[in-house]
Each structure stands twice: as structure tokens, then as C-alpha cells.
Ligand binder design. Structure first.
Ligand code: SF4
Ligand code: SF4
Length: 345
């Protein structure tokens, strides 16, 4: 069972961790059982968020039902010192702990956002205060933006990063992961199945586990899937001929319709966070409609309507995605979803 040390934090954990998003969708008892099952199987790293509605509470309940020692990471979308400290206190209560190993700034999606977080009175200051109080151990950041993560690594203000990584969106493998490891920043890899787009989970697992020095977070809501991932984790990660064929075919299928979250298309003159809009359906599937009440999510969709179809972004997208058309389709889908006429797919 391979373990990894998360950079200079010194935290050591099994390389396959538990992602706390999907358990929101279950009945409470079932969710608690799933978390307990994962922990007793051997997973000793759990990541969740203040944003994932019931997730922290359910994880807290599950951990009270087992003696296993688990490293906990959670996060907050608050961008202010006072706001994130309030969220930390809520997280401590929900998780039933007096200490959280890693607390992260959640979803820092643009340089503007990064400046807010790191400015005086921003969330980073609140995280330092919480660490001085002894209620958190380490400070991390999560982002879908490789540009933001490059700056994070340059500035050296965070001890861990969380980045999207899979064979459909492998850019972090060149741009982010080697630099983070060289600087002693712990790497948490999210979305190993690209938010549910990859329908070859065993292949995706072998592919990502083959990248050394990172902790992979897989969000699962069924014991069967925990077993499936664990079997791969304990096996040989060498890609088979069938794996290579599946990777080629999935990459081909999604070549012109899957956003790899690389941000090469930015900046958009209308300030549209393009990758957030293009990934909107998969996001809604994982988070549920309640997430539309989150001001940042609401703002993302509002900005999307400002697209003038100028095409500037398309000249920069290395994958040739028809971005304005995809934005328009996603807005139409979201309107139907709000009216109850569409399902997340
Ligand atoms: S086409 Fe739309 S998303 Fe792309 S740069 Fe122009 S306004 Fe922004
Ligand atoms: S639209 Fe293209 S350039 Fe922009 S984030 Fe997605 S894949 Fe990258």
C-alpha cells in the first residue's frame, strides 16, 4: 500500500484518498456507512469542504464510529480573514474535531480571486490566525486554474495545492506537479475521472497512480466503487494494451468537446471564467441545484451571458474548442435546468 509525504507538511498518507463530494447525494446513514467503509478499507486521508452541504457532518459521524486515524482536509470559499475563521469553527464543530490537519482556500479561480485571498484582511491571513490558535495544521489552496497555481508555486504562500489531473486533462503533469514537488508543496490530485466524463475508471486509476508523489482523491458514493478503486490501487499500475486503447479512444471522442481547464483561452474581454462555464453540467451533477445559491457560482453564470461570441478565446484554445457555441449551449441547458426541464448529465 504505497504512501506519500505531502511536501514540507510532513503529512504522510496512503496515496488513494477519499473525496467528500458525492456522499452529499446519499441518505445520511448510507453516507456515514460509505465513509466508514472507505476508512476501514485503508484510506487515511479525507478531503471535504464547507461548500459540500452535509459532507463534513457525515464524515464527522463516520469518524466517531471508527478508531482509525485519518488526516482531514477541508476548505472554505470565504475570501476574508473573519469569514474563513468563522468557517473553520463551523468545520471543527461539524467534523467533531478540535484540530483540522489541512485547511484550504477553495476554488481560487482567477488572479483577481488570488489577490483577494492573499491581500491584508484576506482568507490567507485568517488561516494564519487559525494556525496560531492551534486549530489547523497546514494551509492549502485548491484551483482549477493552472495559471493561478503557477503563481501560487512562485509565491510560496501555501503548503499544499489541489489540482485537476487525469488522462483527459494532463497539463498539470508538465506545468504544475514537478514544480510543486521540487518546492516541497504537497500535491492533491482531484477529478481522476474528469468529473465523471471518463467511463473507464480502472484505466484512469492506473494512469494517475503511475504519476509518483501525488495523493489521488477519488470521490465515490458506493462501496462497490471503493472496492474497485482499491483493487487497482493494490495491483500493478502498468498500463495494459487495453488501457492504452481506451485512453486513445476516449481522448479522440472528447477531443473537440472537452475542456481541459488549462486556461490558455484567457483572458476573456468580458471576464468570463470560461472553464467554469464549460464544466458547468458536470459540476451541477456533483453538487446539486442548491449550489446555485452560492454567490460565486451565480456570478459565473451571470458573466457567461455576457459572451459576445468575439472568438478571441478560440484563437488561444489549443484543442480548437468551439467555445462561444459551447457557452451558449450550456446557458440554454442551465436555463432549462432551473425550470426543471433538464437533468444534469
Ligand atoms: S467568445 Fe465569449 S468567452 Fe470567448 S473571449 Fe469572446 S466574449 Fe469571451
Ligand atoms: S476552453 Fe480550451 S483553452 Fe480554455 S480552458 Fe478549456 S481547453 Fe483550455
Amino acid at each position: 500500500m504505497e504512501r506519500v509525504t505531502l511536501g514540507k507538511t510532513g503529512i504522510e498518507a496512503v496515496r488513494l484518498g477519499f473525496g467528500g463530494i458525492p456522499i452529499q447525494r446519499l441518505e445520511e446513514r448510507e453516507a456515514v456507512e460509505v465513509v466508514r467503509y472507505a476508512v476501514e478499507k485503508g484510506m487515511d486521508f479525507i478531503d471535504t469542504s464547507r461548500m459540500y452541504t452535509t459532507s463534513e457532518t457525515r464524515i464527522g459521524k463516520a469518524l466517531r464510529e471508527t478508531d482509525r486515524r485519518v488526516t482531514l482536509a477541508t476548505k472554505s470559499w470565504s475570501r476574508t480573514s473573519d469569514g474563513i475563521q468563522k468557517d473553520i469553527d463551523i468545520s471543527l464543530r461539524e467534523l467533531g474535531r478540535d484540530y483540522i490537519d489541512i485547511y484550504q482556500c477553495h476554488g481560487v479561480s482567477s488572479m483577481e480571486d488570488y489577490r483577494l485571498v492573499t491581500a491584508p484582511g484576506g482568507a490567507l491571513e485568517g488561516l494564519h490566525r487559525a494556525r496560531e490558535r492551534g486549530v489547523i495544521g497546514h494551509i492549502g489552496v485548491t484551483s482549477h486554474s493552472l495559471d493561478v497555481l503557477e503563481t501560487v508555486l512562485e509565491d510560496g504562500l501555501f503548503e499544499t495545492i489541489m489540482v485537476c489531473y487525469s488522462f483527459l486533462e494532463p497539463a498539470a503533469g508538465d506545468r504544475i506537479i514537478p514544480r510543486a514537488r521540487a518546492k516541497g508543496v504537497g500535491v492533491l490530485a482531484m477529478k481522476p475521472f474528469s468529473g465523471g466524463v471518463i467511463e473507464a475508471p480502472e484505466t484512469a486509476m492506473r494512469w494517475i497512480l503511475g504519476c509518483p508523489g501525488i495523493l489521488v482523491l477519488a470521490g465515490v458514493e458506493q462501496k462497490r466503487l471503493i472496492d474497485q478503486n482499491w483493487l487497482v490501487f493494490e495491483g500493478d499500475w502498468t498500463l495494459t494494451e487495453a488501457d492504452r486503447g481506451a485512453i486513445e479512444s476516449i481522448r479522440r471522442e472528447y477531443d473537440r468537446k472537452f475542456c481541459r481547464r488549462c486556461d490558455y483561452c484567457l483572458p476573456c474581454p468580458e471576464g468570463i471564467p470560461i472553464q467554469m462555464v464549460l464544466g458547468g453540467r458536470s459540476f451541477m451533477k456533483r453538487m446539486g441545484i442548491g449550489i446555485l445559491e452560492n454567490p460565486n457560482v451565480a456570478e459565473t453564470w451571470k458573466r457567461a451571458t455576457r459572451c459576445t461570441a468575439c472568438g478571441e478565446c478560440m484563437t488561444r484554445c489549443p484543442y480548437g474548442l468551439p467555445i462561444p457555441d459551447m457557452i451558449r449551449e450550456n446557458i440554454e441547458w442551465m436555463d432549462a435546468f432551473r425550470r426543471g426541464n433538464a437533468r444534469p448529465d
